[in-house]
Write a protein of this length. Sequence first.
Length: 271
Amino acid sequence: MSFEQIIEEIDTFPPFPESVQKIESAFAKGEVEPKLIIKLIESDAILTAEILARANSPMNGFRKDIVSVSQAVTLLGNVKIRAFVLEFAMKKNFKVDMSVYGIDNSKFSDVSNLQSTLMFQWYMGVDINLSKLLVPIIFLLDIGKVLIANEITSSAYAAQFTQEMQECDDVEALEMMFSDTNSYKVSALLFKHWNFNELFIDLANELASGSSMAELKEALIAIKAVRLAVNIKEQLSENSLYHAQQFLLHNGKDAIKFEKVCLRIKSKLEE
């Protein structure tokens, strides 16, 4: 599948479920009352089950089971719930097989969830307004990898890609080598197809090109730091944390608060 074929495939994807469309429409208008979010989620039984499963993930750190949508929305807040809703909608449109990247589907999902958790716990204490954008987008940024994985899996070079994945330091550069695009660019196209917030599209395109618009600088630094610490190859390892901290320091940012959040999350995961 060429880059042009990926675009053609995206054009055939169906719209989001009605419940998800209504939730996104509500967020597009500004602040959303939790009661409305609860009502819209509960109108879709499959979405309800997905939200409860996500809310009960060990990395959220709740000691008691979350048994209702109301409880999930209250404890996690609109920002995190929106990320879960969007991920659910995305996955309904894809056949997911991430084995060519050297990970299984469960691990792929866990990485997205961990990135979102880290961004949420870190940036809510840095810039609460910016966090409302960053948490959902970082949850979705790797969705382009699903289409690239499908392309490579059906090709004659799948085994070569998987082998080189084990040794490469730049996954997006490897994607470009094998598929003439990278997952950031594919994600941007998906965001555009589903009429996402323009900032979602702009951020994905900036990451794809390696450029940095001045007005998006803070958001791009935050995204890159989290993705250095947590990615499909390393998750809060000593090496990945070091590189994330050095990146923050190089950009004049406080790395201490970031490190504390990372270590707190890592500790909970190891319990």
